[in-house]
Structures are given as structure tokens and as C-alpha cells.
Write a protein that binds this ligand. Structure first.
Ligand SMILES: *Cc1c(COP(=O)(O)O)cnc(C)c1O
Length: 411
């Protein structure tokens, strides 16, 4: 893919964030003073790297040779026939090394860390996908790697813990609070402040303080750069709808970015509806959230009337977070990206359907986008197209999906 994928241009989609990291009123740098120094250092280093053709070249080569890009655009013929409506296409991020889109960002940030002379990497992980991608790039570049993971998540995702350790990472369990992702992020930030001289923090989604939301977006922009050309080749026109699931928002902003300035393309982000829109039972920030600050960023957050962060629930760990990336909050407010949600039940139905109709087992996160995309396709004319971003593969989820469907796997 072209040598310009990180370099900003004058088009409107590049006008955010501003120099202070603001997407309209959202985003920013809401951090203690001790974190301002590393964040400003990172902003400066990234601003230089993104304009350097050598950095761009290394990034492109690593995406091709290590991560496995470009990923395919797949016409889901059986699924299309099944619903009898719009033609359904899948962007196959599930085919990437380590199993999901997350490797795009891990590669980009590892290259940046090397460029900055950092020898040690830290990262947070929830389900373990970002931890695995980070451990992989650290092994490749010979960087010391420490992954923070909630103790609860370590028990639920024991296989990913072992994968990270196999690749040489140290996995540190976090016992605070709910023992999940939010606490792991806090620990990673604490580590960063203490060890900033030799350490880079590879944050895993388009979230947090500036420059992370912008930088992570840039590293995933390749998804829509590829899909745009692939759709034009396949259909001779742009897709009518692009659908992606939204946790922090990285796969979604990457798959939407090149279409933001194409008003005829409808963009839909799908959040986790869990057991329904009742406090504590979902993670649909646009269905129940309010403006607030969490972990460096002003955005839509699930919180109670006192501003306490609400508990969340989703069958998919990767969508189970109380806040959403600031760029999504911005385009939600402007009406450019529409948001919907899929429930656990709809997600599991889509998980089974894609497996049985196409021979592709999707990640439970991606199954949310599938659930909504299929509904949309069945309500749309046959002449139209729906492009669904298949953010990851479902191998990691087979165990928990089976349990959620009441099937017992005996070993
Ligand atoms: C982590 C993950 C997500 C959610 O993260 P985003 O930053 O919102 O993309 C979605 N799909 C898969 C497969 C993941 O691993």
C-alpha cells in the first residue's frame, strides 16, 4: 500500500485532533503533571516519525512481512443468499498474525519505541489480544515486555497468558478493584511514570490521552485504505454501508477513516448491548453514557449520577469497557458515524451463522458488527452493498461461546 498512509493531508478528516489533541470538545490530555512530560515527548517523536519516509517504509514492510497485509476482501455469497438483500462483504482482519487487527498498532508503536531508543515496553490487556500482539512485536525487536492484566482476566484467559509468556513477556496480575481492564490501565500508567526514561507504553486502542487516539487511528487507517480500493475493484463503486464493532474504537476508526469524507457511504459503529440497556448489563456508551473524563480523555462514559464508573457486561471481553474513543464521540455528535448495539444473544447467533454458512469462525467482538450488518443487509435492496469489518478470528472465543450456548467441552 502507498507510502502516504501516515502523512496527514488537508482533507476534513485530518483536521481533528487539533494540536491539543481535541476532537471538538472530546479527547485532550487529562493526566497528572507527571505524565505530561512523557506524553509531550511521545507527541513530538510521533510527529517526526509520521513525516519520515524511512519510518513509513519500515511500517509498510512490517505490515506486509510480519503481520500479513494486505488482508482480503471477501464476498460472503452464502450469507448474502441467506438474507436475500444487500451484497455482504467482509474485510478479513481475522487473517492477520496473532488473530486480529491489533497487530497493526502494535507494529507501529514498536517501531516508534525503537526509534525513540526505548528498550522496555509495557502494555495493558483485557482479554489478552493486545497483550499477545505486543508480546509478539517485542520478541521480534528484542524489547523487554511487561503486560499488565487484571487477575480476573488472567484466570478467564489463561491460554493468552501462556502465549504471552512463550514469547518472552512478563505478565503481571493486577489485584485492585474489579481485577479487570480498567485497573490494568491504571497500573500501566503508574509504571510509565516511574520508568519513563527507558519505557514506552503501547496503549491498545484509539483511546486515552493525546497523542494515543490519533496515533492508534493512523496505524489502523490501512484497513480502509485497502478496503476502498478492493471495493472499487469488486463492485466498481464504494460500499453503501460500512459496519464495525466498537470497544475503544480502533478497528472501527481504521475501517471508517477513508470513507469519512465520502458522504454517500453510511458508517455504523456497533457497541455491546450485553443483556440489554440496563445499568451494569451492557457497554453501549452511546445508549446510556454521559460526558466525563476517564484515563486521560474527555468522552462518553457509562457512569452513575455521582460520576462513579458503572459496571459493564458483554459476552465479548474486547467490547467490555465503560468509555469510548474521543473521535467516535466527535463523529457521533456531528452525525457522521451512526451507533447501534447488538446484544449477547444476537452476537452468539451471528457467531454460529458465519461459522456454518461461510466456514469462518469470527471473534465475538466482530460478531456484534456481523449481527447488525446482516440485519441491515436483509432490509436493503440487492443492488446495495454492506462491508463488515471482521476485526478478529474466533479461535480464542470457542471455549466461552460454547459455555454461553450451554455446550460443555470435555477434554
Ligand atoms: C480488542 C478487539 C476489539 C475491540 O477493540 P477496538 O479498539 O474497539 O477495535 C474488537 N475486535 C477484536 C477481534 C479485538 O481483539
Amino acid at each position: 500500500m502507498s507510502a502516504s498512509s501516515l502523512i496527514p493531508t488537508k482533507e476534513p478528516r485530518f483536521q481533528v485532533p487539533d494540536v491539543r489533541g481535541r476532537f471538538g470538545q472530546f479527547g485532550g490530555m487529562y493526566v497528572p503533571e507527571t505524565l505530561m512530560t512523557p506524553l509531550l515527548e511521545l507527541s513530538k517523536a510521533y510527529a517526526e516519525a509520521r513525516r519520515d519516509p524511512a519510518f513509513q517504509n519500515d511500517f509498510t514492510n512490517m505490515l506486509r512481512d510480519f503481520a500479513g497485509r494486505p488482508t482480503g476482501l471477501y464476498f460472503a455469497e452464502s450469507l448474502t443468499k441467506h438474507f436475500g438483500g444487500a451484497r455482504i462483504y467482509l474485510k478479513r482482519e481475522d487473517m492477520l498474525h496473532t488473530g486480529a487487527h491489533k497487530i497493526n498498532n502494535a507494529v507501529g508503536q514498536a517501531l516508534l519505541a525503537v526509534r525513540m531508543g526505548k528498550k522496555r515496553i509495557i502494555a495493558e490487556t483485557g482479554a489478552g489480544q493486545h497483550g499477545v500482539a505486543t508480546a509478539a512485536v517485542c520478541a521480534k525487536f528484542g524489547l523487554k515486555c511487561v503486560i499488565y492484566m487484571g487477575a480476573e482476566d488472567m484466570e478467564r484467559q489463561a491460554l493468552n497468558v501462556y502465549r504471552m509468556r512463550l514469547m518472552g513477556a512478563e505478565v503481571r496480575g493486577v489485584e485492585a478493584g474489579q481485577r479487570t481492564l480498567k485497573e490494568a490501565v491504571n497500573e500501566a500508567m503508574r509504571d510509565w511514570v516511574t520508568n519513563v526514561r527507558d519505557t514506552h507504553y503501547i496503549l491498545g486502542t484509539a483511546y486515552g490521552a493525546h497523542p494515543y487516539p490519533m496515533m492508534v487511528r493512523d496505524f489502523h487507517r490501512i484497513i480502509s485504505m485497502e478496503s476502498k480500493q478492493q471495493m472499487l475493484r469488486a463492485e466498481n463503486k464504494l460500499p453503501d454501508h460500512v459496519v464495525a464493532c466498537v470497544g475503544g474504537g480502533s478497528n472501527a476508526i481504521g475501517s471508517f477513516f477513508e470513507y469519512l469524507d465520502e458522504p454517500e457511504v453510511e458508517l455504523i459503529g456497533v457497541e455491546a448491548g450485553g443483556r440489554g440497556i440496563v445499568e451494569g448489563q451492557h457497554a453501549a456508551r452511546f445508549a446510556g453514557g454521559r460526558l466525563g473524563v476517564l484515563q486521560g480523555c474527555l468522552t462518553h462514559i457509562l457512569q452513575n449520577s455521582e460520576g462513579q464508573i458503572e459496571g459493564t457486561h458483554s459476552v465479548s471481553a474486547g467490547l467490555d469497557y465503560a468509555a469510548v474513543g474521543p473521535e467516535h464521540a466527535y463523529y457521533h455528535e456531528r452525525g457522521r458515524i451512526k451507533f447501534a448495539y447488538a446484544t449477547d444473544e444476537e452476537c452468539l447467533d451471528a457467531f454460529k451463522l458465519l461459522s456454518s454458512k461461510e466456514g469462518i469462525i469470527p471473534a465475538l467482538e466482530s460478531s456484534h458488527a456481523l449481527a447488525y450488518g446482516c440485519k441491515l443487509a436483509s432490509d436493503s435492496p440487492r443492488t446495495s452493498t454492506v462491508l463488515i469489518n471482521l476485526s478478529g478470528r474466533g479461535d480464542k472465543d470457542v471455549w466461552s461461546a460454547a459455555r454461553a450456548m450451554g455446550v460443555e467441552i470435555k477434554l
